[in-house]
Design a protein around this ligand. Sequence first.
Ligand SMILES: [Zn+2]
Length: 348
Amino acid sequence: MPVGLVHDPIFQEHDPGDFHVESPRRLEVLEQALAAWPGLKMCLSLPPRPATRDEIGRVHTANHIQRIAGTAGRSASLDPDTGTSSQSYEVALLAAGSLIDLCDAALEGHVQHGMALVRPPGHHATPERAMGFCLFNNVAIAASHLLAVRGLERVLVVDWDVHHGNGTEDCFSRDERVLYFSVHQSPMYPGTGPAAMVGSGPGLGYTMNVPMLGGQQDSDYLRVFQDLLDPVARAFAPQFILVSAGFDAHREDPLGGMELRRGGYAGMTKILMDIAQDYCPGRVVLSLEGGYQPAAQARSVLAVLATLQGDTMLAQACLEAARQAEPSAALQRAKAIMAKYWAVFEGL
Ligand SMILES: [Zn+2]
């Protein structure tokens, strides 16, 4: 079964402005890398399609949708970081709609896993507003589709972008059907995501935040995935795994202060594939978020795609190294907090 892929030059048509780091160049470099990658012919590429108002409206308010729609055909500034060009509204609809189609394809067994290489990113967009380069929250919209239309009851959202996905957390912090897990640099934009934020009401314990100081390496991230995410995810028993896949924790990224290499991304992918294998085979779908060193991002994306295709050598080597590493203080703190909500940590 092929890995599903969304990639199309149309996603380069959103331009937030000259000198903006979230530039079309990110995908230009990625397209060149994909074209030279032997694995591409084993992927199934899905054509982009726009999300409908109903699909977007499951997450965003009518006011917000109206505001973004109002930027069609012109450049607008939505917040100090977030701008649009004439086609941004159309491209944002395509990003959200294409991710939904990719999820449906995985759910129906047409593809095994998948990755949507789309722009603009989404995880900072809240129900009411655009922020942090994000217009519509692609991953939240896809998760809402899986719940509302496909009738799923448990969706795991993993956010490994270097920034906290405040928008996604906002959407689901009171919803026990979505387990939201974020590992992010702190202090850093947008300033949210403390470990003590664990969700509320019926969603109490279904938000997991692991804020970490800069400088963390592959083994630090992988230990968090092995020791914290893996046991909780297995207790949750996801029917689908969505990933907010930013690559701005890469050591070459100009915004992030982390030290990841492509093997770290491969390792995190492998852990999610193993969880999926036991609970929802073939249903790990990633959506591009940040990543501002285009060449490093392209290498990391190819490492993720190769892992999804079953080439797990790089991932296995990094996972083995991580098992020998010391667990970080951030991991110990997050585990102690999660032990209040998840029996898997009893007796630790
Ligand atoms: Zn980011």
